[in-house]
Design a binder for this molecule. Sequence first.
Ligand SMILES: Nc1ncnc2c1ncn2[C@@H]1O[C@H](COP(=O)(O)OP(=O)(O)OP(=O)(O)O)[C@@H](O)[C@H]1O
Ligand SMILES: [Mg+2]
Length: 302
Amino acid sequence: MSAAATPLTLPDYRQQAPAVAERFAALKRRPVVLEVKDLGKTFDAHEGTVTALQGLSFSVHRREFMCVIGQSGCGKSTLIRILSGLEHPTSGELLLDGRPVHGPGLDRGMVFQSYTLFPWLTVKENVLFGPRMAGRKGSAVESEARQWIEMVGLSDFENAYPYQLSGGMKQRVAIARALANQPRILLMDEPFGALDAQTRAQMQEYLLQIWKNIDITILFITHDLDEAVFLADRILVLKARPGRIDEIIEVPVPRPRHLDQAVQPEFLATKHRISELIHPRDQRHGELLSIPRLTAVGDTIE
Ligand SMILES: Nc1ncnc2c1ncn2[C@@H]1O[C@H](COP(=O)(O)OP(=O)(O)OP(=O)(O)O)[C@@H](O)[C@H]1O
Ligand SMILES: [Mg+2]
């Protein structure tokens, strides 16, 4: 096989493109917003103790977009629930801007896969909910809420109720609601997982536009390889049972990102590397089912 026909692997891109290496060196010079140190979590379940996370250590830098990917059950949601303060770690430490995190706080915004808007409140009231709970009153906070609603492109719907919105629109409100508290970091757990493919692609583009324009750091969980590569600066790949870090991948795809990049070699090489990690070669085929053959002899379709 000629050298030209051999697909490039991810490390090749780092060697060939000094600009890529320089981009990540610059990213790591930014201050650390979130630091996770030797984090562990065990649950007491029926079948005994489950180690959901073990020895996780990583940092997320200011305005970084980090994705977390891994097989079902590898601890992604547990990680994000701990970061949000909804769950306590069994061991280890979390620092946000260098200060230990012990519980929930407005400095972390959350967006989940399931729709979590308050159904009895309008779009504007949903977005205002956090700032009002924080004791903010008056017209300034209202006009800020309008700005967040405008930023997610829903100005015409500020008085609509959640049941009047599509799934994508609900998630845009959820993003506006999270940002209205002016968090330091946005924690997103498969936020586009319930959307159809078209809406999902559109939402990914919206999110990148928002991220580009405001001072926010994002930790985004996904199952979807394309989504991770399209969005992330770096991808944290988790391994299951116990959940631990397999690799942190620096995505060599240039920014600004656009959907056409999905067929470019650096995009495909990144996807391929993640796929190798989360679907090891020896586990790629589904278990063979023992199905009795009910077709006529010779009536073969493959
Ligand atoms: N409250 C709990 N009690 C007992 N075990 C739990 C609890 N929450 C999570 N686990 C276990 O911890 C492990 C990690 O679960 P988690 O929900 O974090 O996985 P995940 O990576 O988010 O999976 P998915 O991709 O399916 O959403 C699993 O083995 C799960 O069964
Ligand atoms: Mg999960």
